[in-house]
Write a protein that binds this ligand. Structure first.
Ligand code: MG
Length: 383
């Protein structure tokens, strides 16, 4: 565990309230989303690590009764992290957390389900609170926001004035505690609003578009679905009197590759990379060389079928990277054409496809001009 590696000791005594008491029903999980794992850590542990990295070592996690035992066990590994029970609303939970931090000068209030907050954001928010009395993390909205009544747009709001509020929202401890104790907060959706109702003017600091709050099942899907890598390899013999296709492009040469299809070794490697990434069977299974349907078929046609399968499995292609291993012919003059042909076939831009070429320094069957090999990697993303 790293403590305060990014920041000097502060003069003020800073605490943090991390609100984890929500039921998280919109996440679609049968348990609190702060207990969901990102890699080897839960959302809550990832959040706590950010605060510890920002040198905030007095933290109260506000939890519901049903999660108390599990979160106490989880936070036992952290020095300076305590647990208290929340209330019937977010505001009541924050107030309970504030009361548990008696003696702080500054308090950062944070959603437990914002694990991508950085130590810098937390530090900036604390610095603003020290200077201005509050530091509300926020980002300018990128969408156009409109008021809607009964499905009709009634008003466009000027985007230049609009910011989306994030957390932490950091305050002078005495002022935010007094605000919560003296103000009606049940209908407030954030702490800045409670602070404003008590007569203060909250001050914002820059957040990050990555500092998302995990709320719905689609947030979880976006955050936790991993990109998938795939690899493919193929080799074909060269024979005189056949056309040479690489990546779907015809390359002028007196030999071509021998195979059941057009033997486009590069496309074969690319197809196996894509199928592998999507967890699908390889081309030997999908397009067996014992099936006459594929006799002499252009590999670009097969690649199109593979792309349909990838799409059907819910994946989009991020990029393809391939290397052709050939002693002859020299491929450098044809790389652009090969790249564009693959990109066109898979419905990608040329920037998503990279093809390089190498020789084997005259070694082996490739080096003596009897064969060409290709290897390919790709990255897919669940759409
Ligand atoms: Mg092959």
């Amino acid at each position: 565990m790293k403590y305060g590696t990014n920041n000097p000791q502060r003069a003020s005594n800073v605490g943090a309230v991390v609100v984890c008491a929500g039921k998280g029903e919109r996440s679609g999980l049968p348990y609190n989303k702060v207990l969901h794992c990102i890699g080897r850590k839960t959302v809550l542990e990832t959040t706590l690590d950010a605060f510890l990295a920002a040198n905030v070592t007095r933290i109260v996690a506000v939890v519901s009764e049903s999660d108390e035992a599990r979160i106490r066990k989880l936070t036992a590994q952290y020095k300076g992290v305590s647990v208290c029970l929340g209330g019937n609303s977010r505001g009541q939970s924050v107030l309970n957390g504030l009361k548990a931090l008696d003696g702080c000068d500054i308090v950062a209030i944070h959603d437990g389900a914002r694990p991508f907050v950085t130590a810098k954001i937390i530090t900036d928010s604390i610095a603003a609170a020290e200077k201005y009395g509050s530091g509300i993390v926020a980002v300018p909205v990128t969408d156009t926001i409109k008021s809607v009544e009964n499905d009709y747009i009634t008003r466009s709001l000027p985007r230049s004035e609009l910011y989306a509020m994030q957390t932490p929202q950091t305050f002078l401890y005495d002022k935010i505690l007094a605000a919560y104790e003296s103000t009606r907060f049940e209908d407030c959706t954030d702490d800045a609003e409670v602070f404003a109702r008590a007569g203060h003017t909250p001050h914002i600091v820059n957040g990050s578009y990555d500092n998302i709050k995990i709320t719905t099942a689609s947030d979880l899907f976006r955050v936790f679905s991993c990109d998938r890598i795939g690899a493919g390899f193929d080799v074909h013999r060269l024979e005189s009197g056949r056309p040479l296709y690489l990546g779907g492009a015809e390359i002028p040469y007196d030999k071509g590759l021998l195979g059941h299809s057009d033997a486009d070794v590069l496309i074969h490697a690319v197809m196996d990379a894509l199928l592998s990434a999507a967890g699908l069977p390889d081309i030997g299974v999908l397009f067996p060389d014992t099936d006459d349907e594929y006799l002499g078929i252009r590999s670009t046609t097969l690649l199109e079928k593979v792309c349909e399968k990838i799409k059907g499995a819910g994946y989009g292609i991020i990029n393809v990277s391939a290397v052709v291993i050939a002693q002859q012919p020299k491929l450098a003059p044809h790389i652009k054409k090969i790249t564009e042909s693959i990109a066109d076939t898979i419905g990608a831009t040329p920037s998503q496809v990279n093809v390089s070429a190498t020789t084997t320094e005259h070694l082996g069957i490739i080096g003596n001009g009897d064969a060409i090999a290709a290897s390919a990697s790709c990255l897919l993303r669940k759409l």
